[in-house]
Design a protein around this ligand. Structure first.
Ligand SMILES: [Zn+2]
Length: 358
């Protein structure tokens, strides 16, 4: 999930968690499964009304064991490249996301942390009724495009990816998903925006630096042991011709004097974690994120070294830096931390709750 973080701000509604850690949250989303598209507002309201919370004095174990309760739901997943919609269970979807988003070689506890983060992302979209543009009538909340939702691969694609290791890795990931079945991250009664990235470069980003608002569970933390990430550091080089050409494609009004060009490129502001907030090139100011996207950099933690011929750019970390670092999670798992400790480290003060369906 190297996504545009700004795309992941959804409004949502939900319940509260007055229950303890691992409390049960009741989601009555049978309509999502059983009915075709709900296009009119009346039906949407009806569906909303069906999402209720478990009563406070109802014990978790009682609810868990009660009969006639589903333990999974079906979702419509848009396979963008295949140009089709697949109907799969949520837990099956999470297996495909973990397989696509995290190396299967990773420690089981890191894979479990990833499973919870990925399920949380999906549940937030479903509960928040974040329908995909153009697919509203087909009840599509999720696609397999990593730059939009989360990457996902099916079994055939896993076979291609892992070859002779398919059975081993598939059962490992299925175990990671199974052992965290239904678990999601909740803050203050709401499913969180469970952002994650490959490697932070040493420190995760504080959400306040990226969004204008504070997000209490997305604070900056030290993230060690990420150096194994293949894109942990990067070096890029662009001649001035290429550099200006790329920028002008997005900023046609950009003006740079051809003389002493290197003196007209500079980082003007960084966040507290050293990521670039804005860069000035000639007469134009770009955000660190715009600059990153235009030049295909691994992160916004970069340094620019102009020379006589062009621009050398060094990067540190891979991804937006918010929330859980996948390589950092694997490091913590290798240090003996379990998935709950990992999740509570990267997402502060959240609770791990279990989705419940009826
Ligand atoms: Zn999507």
């Amino acid at each position: 999930m190297k996504k545009e973080v700004s795309k992941r701000r959804h409004n949502f509604f939900w319940l509260d968690t007055t229950l303890m850690l691992l409390a049960l949250v009741v989601l009555l989303i049978a309509n999502i499964v059983a009915k075709p598209a709900l296009n009119n507002s009346k039906n949407v309201q009806k569906e909303k009304d069906n999402i209720v919370q478990e009563s406070k004095n109802q014990s978790a174990s009682t609810t868990l064991q009660s009969k006639n309760q589903k333990d999974d739901i079906y979702i419509n997943l848009l396979r963008k490249e295949k140009n089709k919609i697949e109907r799969i269970s949520l837990e099956e979807y999470v297996i495909g996301v973990v397989a696509a988003e995290m190396p299967a070689e990773f420690n089981l506890e890191a894979l479990k942390a990833q499973a919870v983060a990925s399920r949380t992302y999906a549940a937030r979209r479903i509960v928040g009724k974040a329908l995909h543009k153009g697919y509203e009538g087909k009840k599509v909340y999720l696609c397999d495009d990593f730059s939009h939702c989360q990457a996902y691969i099916d079994k055939d694609e896993m076979k291609q990816k892992w070859g002779k290791n398919f059975e081993k890795y598939y059962s490992k990931i299925r175990k990671a998903v199974g052992e965290t079945k239904g678990e999601v991250l909740v803050y203050n009664g709401r499913i969180i925006d469970s952002l994650y990235h490959a490697a932070s470069g040493g420190k995760t980003e504080d959400a306040k630096e990226v969004f204008s608002e504070e997000i209490p569970y997305l604070k900056s933390v030290v993230s060690r042991g990420e150096e194994g990430c293949p894109k942990f550091s990067g070096e890029f080089y662009f001649t001035y011709g290429e550099f200006i050409k790329r920028l002008k494609k997005y900023f046609p009004g950009l003006r740079v004097e051809t003389k002493n060009i290197f003196s007209q490129i500079r980082v003007i502001e960084r966040t507290t974690t050293q990521r670039v907030r804005c860069v000035k090139v000639g007469n134009t100011i770009l955000s660190g994120n715009q600059f990153r996207n235009i030049f295909g950099l691994y992160s916004t933690e970069f340094w620019i070294y102009p020379d006589k011929r062009g621009v050398r750019i060094q990067t540190r970390g891979y991804g937006h830096g918010l929330g859980m670092s996948q390589w950092g999670a694997n490091y913590l798992a290798r240090q003996g931390k379990n998935y709950k400790q990992i999740l509570l480290y990267y997402y502060q003060n959240v609770k791990i709750c279990r989705l419940k369906y009826r």
